[in-house]
Design a protein around this ligand. Sequence first.
Ligand code: 4NP
Length: 160
Amino acid sequence: MRTMKRVCFVCLGNICRSPLAEGVFRELARQAGRAGEFDAESAGIANYHVGDPPDPRSVRVAARHGIVLDGVGQQFRAKDFDRFDLVLALDHDIFVALERLAPDGAARAKIQILRAYDPQATASLDVPDPYYGNSSHFDRVYDMVERSCQGLLAAVTDSR
Ligand code: 4NP
């Protein structure tokens, strides 16, 4: 029997970048006929937006691509490492914060940086925080997240 892969996308507030990554990944898996292989969630390192809906600018860019974002903000806690096979950081600072939070080596081994799967990534592997930006920043975030999630989906296939 094939087991379900549990993935969690993590940014700072869980209202801009990681809900988008969760929604895009889910949609790409669905389009590939692989929705049943994955359980995708998202979370924030900080607790500022626990219980909040995604940022309207992320909701809008997702909607333009036919994706509905309907999650609510949650904070990633040390115990959550047990619930996931793969924990994907949206930028380097989040990666470091997750490494600090990880209770042991098994948890640390689950952390990866999402843009490591972006074939167009160059020097930086960050998905830049768009919170203080404008809609063009959200468009850029969307493009990075989409390329990365495509790469991630392909990589998970390859390693099966
Ligand atoms: P996110 O963006 O980490 O992509 O969800 C942010 C959301 C909220 C804040 C910062 C970044 N904040 O400072 O409240």
